[in-house]
Design a protein around this ligand. Structure first.
Ligand code: HQG
Length: 191
């Protein structure tokens, strides 16, 4: 699979697992899981060049850990019949993902467009169209996230340590993404 097709497949699978499972013809359980085989059928319907191997590759090698998969045996790579896949974060559809035990850094970051700053200072970070607010573990990663919204993004520093001390749950999902319900303004400062 060339890079362009990998990206295309990754985007479609992200969309299907996060936002439009019905349109893709897959069914998510309450924790966001769907059968690998039904997702494979969905991508085969969508792209005549896509198959299970391409899908498995995209899932296994995603640099941000966007996807989680069960039922893959480590040794042979053979897939159990009940193998399932889900998006690790980013959902707009209502799912409840389990927490992880991964430690949470005392400081996290959120990149956004300058036009959102006043409203964020006023109302804090809200999930907007998603189920959770998404935070980054580095300024560089936050800038990249913000770049999706503006050419010259701004970065908020999030006092994750204080949030947790106040009983606000923050969970690591994927390799560099942390999610939380919302971030009130007192935990935010501009970089
Ligand atoms: C903004 C990508 C005004 C918020 C990324 C953001 C992430 C407010 C936008 C994941 C606001 C929502 C999610 C308020 C929040 N007033 N604007 N009170 N509160 N906003 O795309 O965090 O590559 O839903 O700042 O890496 O940009 O797809 O959220 O600009 O992890 O895997 O509302 O998506 O991951 O935008 O990105 P989004 P996000 P993937």
């Amino acid at each position: 699979l060339d890079g362009a097709r990998r990206r295309q497949l990754s985007k479609y699978v992200s969309g299907a697992l996060r936002h439009f499972p019905d349109d893709a013809g897959i069914e998510l359980d309450e924790a966001g899981w769907t059968a690998f085989d039904s997702l494979r059928a969905a991508v085969e319907r969508k792209y005549d060049w896509a198959d299970g191997e391409a899908l498995a590759g995209v899932i296994a090698t995603d640099p941000k850990g966007r996807f989680e998969r069960t039922g893959v045996s480590d040794e042979s790579g053979e897939v159990a019949a009940d193998g399932c896949v889900r998006a690790a974060y980013g959902h707009s559809v209502d799912v409840t993902l389990n927490g992880t035990d991964d430690p949470v850094p005392a400081t996290l970051y959120h990149g956004t467009a300058p036009r959102n700053v006043a409203s964020i200072r006023e109302a804090g970070l809200q999930p907007m169209n998603r189920q959770r607010v998404h935070l980054s573990d580095s300024v560089a990663a936050a800038r990249e996230v913000g770049h999706r919204h503006a050419d010259a993004p701004v970065v908020f520093i999030v006092d994750a340590g204080a949030m947790q001390a106040d009983g606000r749950r923050i969970v690591k999902r994927g390799t560099e993404t942390y999610t939380t319900d919302r971030v009130p303004p007192q935990y935010l400062s501009l970089l």
